[in-house]
Design a protein around this ligand. Sequence first.
Ligand code: SAH
Length: 396
Amino acid sequence: MNSNITTLRLRRGKEESLDRFHPWVFSGALVAMPDNIDEGDLVYVETSDGRRIGTGHFQIGSIAVRMLTFGDEAIDDNFYRRRLEEALRLRQALGLIRPDNDAYRLVHGEGDFLPGLVVDVYGPTAVLQAHSPGMHFARDIIARQLVNLPDIDIHNVYYKSETTLPYKAHLDPQNQYIIGSAENDIATENGLRFRIDWLRGQKTGFFVDQRDNRSLLEHYSRGRKVLNMFCYTGGFSVYAMRGGAAQVTSVDSSAKAITLTDANIELNFPGDTRHKAVAEDAFKFLDNMDSNAYDLIILDPPAFAKHRSALRNALRGYQKLNAKAFEKISSGGIIFTFSCSQAVSKEQFRLAVFSAAAQTGRKVRILHQLTQPADHPVNIYHPEGEYLKGLILYVE
Ligand code: SAH
């Protein structure tokens, strides 16, 4: 099968980052682009003097190759089985697969040596997202290997790549079940239950990446008046309720998100009157709310910078949003503030929050510095995989 793989040659000196196992080959690093390859094809990559570096998936764009191996492994069914089993072993070692926790990320792209692939597991269902044409074409193989994994029992694989694939016009990605069908759409996270809408929801239906930060929030919620901005499925709200919050308000501009949040509160705390959900723009809500109405505020907005070009506006957005929370929060209040923009660094985000604090003159201290959880591992050779950052702040 691997006999007709095209070899791409690097320009002189361009092997440096690959020799340090960085998994991307930029198009400018290649000598020439042969015209006999298609997006998603497997390619060998070699140095200018003919030393083979490894095998990857080719695609059109600034990242030309995503490396699958730096060895001489064949990229076949067994390759995917081995990689998925390694990924599973890590989640088992993390203690994430338990009767009271069946929602976790099984594959986090480069962080699991499978560039371009994301797999989130919700009980018996795996939701698979391809971010590269190569993974799109490998989806059936991957789905088969997922249901064959030892120790866990996945029997539905839903493929959801309409919004993640580049050049989708040529690939015709469909959101559909590859194996099985809808059955139980309730997943459990740390003993709390969530209805997951992978068919219509954002991303794979749930933000598993906030699990650890939600647990921290639970710890800080007792007796507090909690405001959960950008609540989506209400993850933080449900944890705040269990943590003994005096009251919880969830805000999202999407009416669908508010319906989901209400349903998830009802699922865990039926008839509990401490919670209310409001469909409104976050900036407007913060402008109109009374000062001192809340003493715990969560700010978890969508990525303000999807690309580097949007960086300046994004930083201004983070500053503006955080300043509104600093202006209104009670004395002795706590703010959980996040950025999931990959293009915004930890330092830049912290600077934006610092500027917001200085602008309002509040006395602010950093209690915790937060990041993504261990089932979203960062490949040490691929620092770009680090995207989620957060701060827990104490405001006098
Ligand atoms: N905190 C959530 C994830 C947030 S995702 C969790 O833990 O699961 C970001 C959410 O922000 C989305 O649900 C989106 O509908 C909402 N959103 C985007 N722009 C908004 C705005 N201007 N005001 C309020 N909500 C907004």
